[in-house]
Every structure is written in structure tokens, then in C-alpha cells.
Design a protein around this ligand. Structure first.
Ligand SMILES: NC(=O)c1ccc[n+]([C@@H]2O[C@H](COP(=O)([O-])OP(=O)(O)OC[C@H]3O[C@@H](n4cnc5c(N)ncnc54)[C@H](OP(=O)(O)O)[C@@H]3O)[C@@H](O)[C@H]2O)c1
Length: 221
């Protein structure tokens, strides 16, 4: 898959490394401010990585990862141009002051509405970048879950494949309206901020479907 990364910071650079390490994908690293840093990263990633402005990155890609601080989302979206028809993975958490979700609205539903026509999904957002990077190298039986939400089933299927390529267990949590449990803050009854593994998934999904609080993970040391 040709992948544009809008915001190549802690999470965006981790995604780029994992996509390239899989040997299956190309990444277009987009910059707003700091091109030099991305040139160095692209060089270390090899010929499947390039550095381009946001609109060019989007134009040449089927899938777009948006991974910027919440208050920068508007700037990036206006620089990127239309995302219509592109599969989007939004990693952004609502730590900000601009364009916050309304009461009862998930951050995922809020952001999906800011990208008309995009095939919106949300993932890579519940655990720190360092933890995600460390966990991606684990043997298969210790892999962590990366949750995905979105309203386009085929887009989620593509994203699940990417997550597997990155070394994770992808799990579909449902539509954007059901995404609150994978959004900040960390709290009892939600998956945000917690390490879950494949064996924990049936109980999580059963609780979600029944409208019960999600059980905590066993506490992986
Ligand atoms: N860090 C984590 O552990 C973590 C974990 C899960 C989810 N997230 C979420 O994922 C998103 C990205 O997090 P991150 O920690 O990877 O971000 P980051 O490293 O702080 O920033 C990512 C990129 O966004 C651009 N940027 C920084 N400040 C900006 C601003 N004020 N306005 C516009 N662009 C700005 C910069 O690119 P340029 O220099 O090219 O402009 C930067 O490289 C956030 O929404 C965060 O909540 C983070």
C-alpha cells in the first residue's frame, strides 16, 4: 500500500518504520515545518520512503495516516487538501483547545466529519509510541491488540491487514459512534491506555455489545 503520513512525529515515525519493516508498503513522509529531520528518517528507511509536502503525499497514496497534535489538525487538513476516497487512519487524541468534540460525540466521529468523503478509521491511539514500538517486536503469542473503529467495513479490513503487518492483533471495535472506549482519558471500563492481548478480546467485545464496562486486562508485567 502507498501510505502518506501526515505528521511524522513520535507515532507517525513509528508507523513509518513498521510499514517499511514489513517489506510490503511505501511511505510518503509529509512535513509542515521540519523537512530536514524527515530527510534523515527517509534515508534510514530506504528507497520505499520519500519526503514530500502534505498535498503531494496524499495525492500519491491510497491510505493516509493523520498523526498530529489535536490543535494542529485543521492546519494539516487544509494543507493536505481533500481526503475524499482515501482510507484514513486517525491516531489523534483530543488533548487540545480547538474544535473539540461536543458532549456525547466521540473524537472519531468528530474528526471523520472534518474529512468529507474520506474512508475514516481510527487506530494506533490507545498506547504510547514507545510502548507500541517495543511491543511490535514481540513473538506472536505475546502480541498486543490495536483497536480499530470506523464506519467503512472495507477500509477497516485494509487497516487490519496493515496492523498485522506491523506486528499487532487488529480488533474492530465498531463504528465511530462506539469509539469512546478507545479514546482518552484512561479510565476503568475502557480500553484506552491498557495492554490487551488476543485472549482478552472475546470478553471485551461481549462487554461492549452488552453495554457493560469493559473488563480490565489481566495486568501483563
Ligand atoms: N506520542 C504518543 O505516545 C501518542 C500515543 C497515541 C496517540 N498519540 C496521538 O497521536 C497524535 C500525534 O502524536 P505525536 O506524539 O506523534 O505528535 P508529535 O510528535 O508531537 O507531532 C507530530 C508532528 O506534528 C507536527 N506538529 C507538531 N506541533 C504542531 C502544531 N502545533 N501544529 C501543526 N503541526 C504540528 C510536526 O510535524 P512538522 O514538523 O512537519 O510540522 C510533528 O512532527 C496526537 O494527536 C497524539 O494525541 C500520541
Amino acid at each position: 500500500v502507498r501510505i502518506a503520513i501526515l505528521g511524522v512525529g513520535r507515532i507517525g515515525s513509528h508507523c513509518a518504520r513498521r510499514f517499511i519493516a514489513s517489506g510490503k508498503h511505501e511511505v510518503r513522509l509529509a512535513y509542515l515545518h521540519d523537512r530536514e529531520r524527515l530527510d534523515a528518517l527517509a534515508q534510514s528507511l530506504g528507497p520505499q520512503a520519500s519526503v514530500v509536502p502534505p498535498a503531494e503525499a496524499v495525492h500519491g497514496s491510497e491510505l493516509v495516516v493523520l498523526s498530529v497534535p489535536w490543535d494542529g489538525i485543521g492546519d494539516w487538513l487544509s494543507q493536505a487538501g481533500s481526503l475524499a476516497g482515501k482510507i484514513v487512519i486517525d491516531t489523534c487524541n483530543q488533548f487540545g483547545t480547538i474544535s473539540l468534540p461536543q458532549a456525547g460525540e466521540t473524537a472519531a466521529a468528530h474528526n471523520a466529519a472534518r474529512m468529507p468523503g474520506a474512508r475514516y478509521t481510527k487506530s494506533f491511539n490507545t498506547l504510547t509510541a514507545q510502548f507500541q514500538a517495543d511491543a511490535a517486536a514481540r513473538p506472536k503469542d505475546q502480541r498486543i491488540v490495536q483497536w480499530v473503529c470506523g464506519d467503512d467495513a472495507e477500509a477497516k479490513r485494509v487497516v487490519a491487514g496493515l496492523l498485522e503487518d506491523c506486528g499487532y492483533v487488529p480488533v474492530d471495535l465498531g463504528g465511530t459512534a462506539a469509539a469512546a472506549v478507545m479514546e482518552s482519558p484512561r479510565r476503568a471500563g475502557a480500553v484506552y491506555g491498557e495492554e490487551y492481548r488476543a485472549g482478552d478480546v472475546p470478553a471485551v467485545l461481549a462487554a461492549l455489545r452488552a453495554g457493560r464496562p469493559i473488563p480490565p486486562p489481566p495486568g501483563y508485567g
